[in-house]
Design a protein around this ligand. Structure first.
Ligand code: FAD
Ligand code: EPU
Length: 353
């Protein structure tokens, strides 16, 4: 079984000083493919290296930022401090019974490799989150979600390093304040912690979640209802809608879908009768930002180096050669046009650096 212990590299014998690179290019560390540099760059592969970095002068003197796969960031220019690249690897089986497994996943693990491995081992829970780029450590930051599942649904605890107290802390799910694309890590703990491990509880009984969009009807085309086939459907759905960052620079949805009071939605609907919505609770609905952006005429807008994707208008793209400032000013223009037409201020999902 792959979980037995892949590689927890807490090598106590590690004595070599960590290599901190200077004036390091970030082109390959952000999926927008923005050409920019950081003053310093440290790839952290062990807890000891992490402590070494956070006890060094660099974090005293300069701003610092943890980076996973760079698939949810937009660099508006060079970074004037230290980028800590999260590269601690390992997946460990903690507990197992007839129904569940609990695994501890290191923050530097590639997210989709993890999903693939859990599905191959027939542990259910992550399959709807297939093919999301990035590393495991970033998953709780915005509580990644797709196709009716959010990471909070399977997450038990998060272990992190608190850079101010220089201590290791565990938060239970209930303390993480998870919500739609939100968590305590985007508020009280923003810029203060380095997520190190996620403890996930996965199910051996496969309860498939298929209510999003056409997932159920797609699954009906398969002989077997299982997480392997569900993963396949999710991947092909995503491939049909979203640009591959290796081909077209992007960071997925640039904005969050706005959540508004039902009364506000009903008022808007008087003038925009085709406006779609999804219930959030008795009082609130979610309006697809993609629809709002399309209505403002942005879908497929090509400004040469950058623009708006022609299939999924929630995605801003770098066709090649765009700067972070180009993308950011386009995002502001989109935001403004939607505010003017609908009175709704879109929140950026992407972390602007
Ligand atoms: P990064 O971009 O490196 O970092 C994101 C933020 O988290 C930054 O603020 C960073 O400082 C912080 N951070 C990262 N790692 C750590 C850590 N270990 N400790 C503390 N802070 C940390 N997201 C969804 O939710 N659902 C989707 O369906 C989805 N689809 C996408 C499709 C595409 C094509 C792309 C490009 C992106 C998509 N995303 C989606 C967004 C993105 O993939 C996720 O948010 C992902 O979790 C980001 O992981 P990352 O490692 O690349 O994070
Ligand atoms: N729509 C349009 N025009 C379009 C495309 C979509 O009007 O060209 C409207 C339709 O009403 C459609 C609705 O938008 O039904 C929803 O579209 P889709 O299913 O593509 O999802 P989304 O709301 O645009 C969200 C997430 C994605 C996630 C998918 C699937 C946010 C901000 N985005 O997109 O997450 O993969 O649902 O669950 O919540 C990301 O966060 O980076 C991301 C890609």
């Amino acid at each position: 079984m792959f979980f037995v212990l892949l590689s927890f590299l807490q090598n106590e014998q590690h004595k070599k000083m960590i290599d901190i690179k200077k004036n390091y290019p970030l082109d390959k560390h952000n999926t927008f493919g923005i050409k920019c540099r950081t003053k310093y760059f440290a790839s952290v592969k062990t807890e000891n290296e992490l402590k070494e970095v956070f006890e060094s002068d660099y974090v005293e003197k300069y701003p610092w930022l943890v980076l996973g796969g760079g698939s949810n960031v937009l660099f508006r220019g060079d970074f004037p401090g230290l980028i800590v690249s999260m590269d601690i690897k390992g997946v460990q089986l903690l507990e197992e019974d007839d129904e569940f497994v609990k695994i501890k996943v290191a923050a530097g693990e590639d997210w989709d490799e993890l999903v693939k491995n859990t599905v191959e081992n027939q542990f259910g829970g992550l399959e709807n989150l297939s093919y999301i780029p990035g590393k495991a450590g970033a998953a709780p930051i915005q509580n990644i979600g797709a196709y009716g599942v959010e990471v909070k649904d399977v997450l038990e605890r998060v272990e992190f390093y608190h850079a101010e107290n220089k201590s290791f802390i565990t938060l239970k799910k209930s303390e993480c304040k998870f919500a739609y694309r939100d968590s305590v890590f985007k508020h009280e703990l923003k810029g203060k912690v380095v997520i190190l491990y996620l403890i996930l509880k996965l199910s051996k009984k496969q309860a498939l979640k298929t209510s999003y969009g056409n997932i159920e009807s797609e699954l009906k085309k398969y002989e077997k209802r299982n997480i392997k086939n569900l993963r396949e459907i999710i991947i092909s759905t995503r491939k049909a809608k979203l640009p591959e960052p290796e081909k077209i620079g992007n960071a997925g949805s640039f904005f969050k879908n706005p959540v508004v009071k039902k009364s506000v939605f009903l008022k808007l609907k008087e003038n925009h009768s085709s406006m779609p919505s999804y219930p959030v609770n008795n009082d609130k609905v979610k309006i697809p930002a993609a629809w709002l952006i399309e209505q403002c005429g942005w879908k497929g807008k090509n400004l040469g180096t950058h623009g708006i994707h022609d299939v999924q208008p929630l995605v801003l793209v770098n066709h090649g050669g765009a700067t972070g400032k180009d993308i950011y000013s386009l995002a502001k223009e989109v935001q403004l046009s939607i505010e003017n037409k609908f009175g709704i201020l879109l929140d950026m999902e992407v972390n602007i650096i």
